[in-house]
Design a protein around this ligand. Structure first.
Ligand code: GLN
Length: 206
């Protein structure tokens, strides 16, 4: 779509294709991001689901950790699903030895929080900021948000109060995978944030 900002999907590991296809379906111009130069070209970044400890290691190996942290500090919108949420969390609980995150979301996230018995499940989730209908949410070895900082908005919780979707400024995170269910509204919200970020960046650069 003309005038749409370029957005990236961090393409080190995980369900990169599903996110790229969904974003393209929404008219976005999608770049698979593996290098700092590719990050410079985009106005927002999706961090996919996968294995957070692997994405962490690869991001350090590829020299992406510092550029991503700098982009977060500069206000670049990011949307993390599942492993991506873990990578955006300031605090990771039950990480492997030496596991690091990019940080940015003032939350503590626990990995694999549902235990072996309920490793994967699907449920209908009420997400008030998205309105009706409810979100069909697929959880796959999913993390949960255990501590929510003062500036963090809770977008969705399970019936027992467990927090599974959050937003803080231009950072969005969900424990579940909207991209596997054709749920587009989180990605639309992310694209909206990326559009305003691109506009501000343009007006401060001219
Ligand atoms: N359990 C994975 C992790 O810790 C996340 C699973 C997922 O992204 N579906 O990174």
């Amino acid at each position: 779509m003309a005038g749409n900002p370029q957005v990236g999907v961090l393409a080190l590991q995980g369900d990169v294709r599903e996110h790229a296809a969904l974003l393209e379906g929404l008219g976005a111009d999608v770049v698979l991001v593996r290098r700092p130069e590719e990050l410079d070209a985009v106005a927002g970044l999706v961090i996919p689901g996968g294995e957070s400890s692997v994405i962490d290691k690869l991001s350090r190996l590829f020299g992406m950790q510092e550029p991503i942290r700098a982009a977060i500090t500069a206000g670049m919108p990011m949307y993390g699903t599942c492993a991506g949420l873990i990578l955006l969390a300031d605090t990771v609980l039950d990480g492997i030895d030496g596991q690091e995150s990019f940080g940015g979301l003032d939350v503590a996230v626990r990995r694999n929080a549902f235990g072996r018995q309920t490793e994967s499940f699907e449920t209908e989730l009420d997400v008030p900021v998205l309105g009706a209908p409810s979100v069909h949410a697929t959880f796959i070895r999913a993390p949960v948000v255990e501590r929510v900082g003062a500036g963090v908005e809770v977008l969705a919780s399970l019936p027992d109060g467990t927090v599974v979707a959050v937003q803080q400024g231009s950072l969005l995170g969900t424990s579940f995978h909207p991209e596997v269910d054709g749920e587009t509204r989180f990605h639309e919200r992310f694209l909206g944030l990326a559009e305003s970020f691109a506009r501000t960046r343009r007006s401060t650069h001219v």
